[in-house]
Design a binder for this molecule. Structure first.
Ligand code: TRP
Length: 332
């Protein structure tokens, strides 16, 4: 029997190439050796996205993005969190085993409190209960599907540790293994993808290249990458140039070696390097973009894929909730 890999994708922004190389590609690679369950964490997104049109288009866009990037819904159980009501029952069950102090220590909540303090606001200003209890809902997402491993970025490790603590508290109390304890898998060799300004590519820095940018926009964004004022003749160090670091993500080993040599030889300007990057990026992204557009043009088909995933997921979820109900005395 294969082990179970599960991860959640929060639909809070348009997918960009940092998401693609940092999260989507590695998770899809893992799906070949695990029983993968990947879901759209739409109720997590509700904590921040309050505009209904925006939320529904983000949900569809992110779901279509994963499919366009190669998620095979015949192999991976792919569903929306909101389609699995058992999530919210397990979340209530887990809340009874979650110390309030544990939530006080969650990074996202602590950061919000600290920011409020710096601005002289009430410590809990702008903090909703969804943000505060986020780790309980996330623990439910994970534990519901008997997950062995959870591929995440390092910012999510604390949440996985909390899920372990909460599941452990349940098992300890009932003196049996009611719930499986999950492990985080951090993709170690995943490159940090630099953004247009050289900092890590991130929605919050506004320096992203959207994964499905139309060709013209892709080119325009690449031309906008910030460079220094080294003259054309001067030899350049490829590893210190974000154009080259981005190029490496898309190019073959030979192409990388050849562009690196041109950097070091001098006589090549930034404009030329950007053209090379555009060519390599567009080569990889064009087929993805075409698939994405086709999926987005058929929302009924997309919703059907997600509904089929939910139908496969629900019996697994129901079994976990049932185990808890039996162990706890809720089922008489
Ligand atoms: N918190 C995760 C993020 O912000 C998204 C998420 C929600 C998740 N539930 C999950 C990730 C369960 C892994 C497992 O990226």
């Amino acid at each position: 029997m294969k082990k179970i890999s599960l991860t959640g994708i929060k639909p809070t922004g348009e997918l960009h190439i940092g998401n693609y190389f940092g999260a989507i590609k590695p998770a899809l690679e893992l799906a070949s050796s695990y029983d993968a369950r990947y879901f759209i964490a739409d109720y997590h997104a509700l904590n921040t996205i309050k505009d209904p049109t925006e939320l529904s288009s983000l949900i569809r866009g992110v779901a279509a993005g994963w499919l366009a990037a190669g998620l095979d819904p015949e192999k991976v159980i792919f569903y929306r969190q909101s389609s699995i009501p058992e999530t919210f029952e397990l979340s209530t069950q887990l809340a009874a085993f979650t110390p309030k102090g544990l939530m006080n220590r969650a990074h996202a909540y602590k950061a919000a409190v600290q920011e409020n303090g710096e601005k002289g606001n009430d410590p809990d200003a702008g903090v909703n209960m969804g943000l505060y209890t986020y780790p309980v809902l996330m623990a439910a997402d994970i534990i519901l599907f008997d997950s062995d491993v959870v591929p995440v970025g390092s910012d999510q490790v604390q949440h996985i540790e909390m899920a372990q603590d909460i599941a452990g508290a349940v098992n300890y109390n009932y003196k049996q293994e009611v719930l499986k304890i999950p492990q985080a898998v951090i993709q170690q060799n995943v490159a940090v993808v630099p953004g247009l300004d050289g900092r890590k590519m991130s929605k919050s820095y506004g320096n992203t290249i959207p994964l499905f940018s139309p060709e013209k926009q892709l080119r325009k964004l690449i031309m906008r990458i910030v460079t220094n004022s080294q003259p054309l003749e001067e030899p350049k160090e490829p590893e210190q140039s974000q154009i080259y670091l981005l190029y490496k993500l898309f190019a073959t080993a030979e192409e990388q070696a050849s562009l690196a040599a041109r950097y070091r030889a001098g006589g090549m300007g930034w404009g030329e390097a950007k053209e090379e990057l555009f060519r390599a990026a567009n080569r990889e992204l064009s087929p993805l973009r075409e698939r994405y557009e086709a999926i987005m043009a058929d929302p009924v088909g997309l919703d059907r894929i997600l509904a089929e995933g939910a139908a496969k997921a629900r019996p697994i979820a129901a079994a976990t909730v049932k185990r808890f109900r039996k162990a706890s005395g809720i089922d008489l």
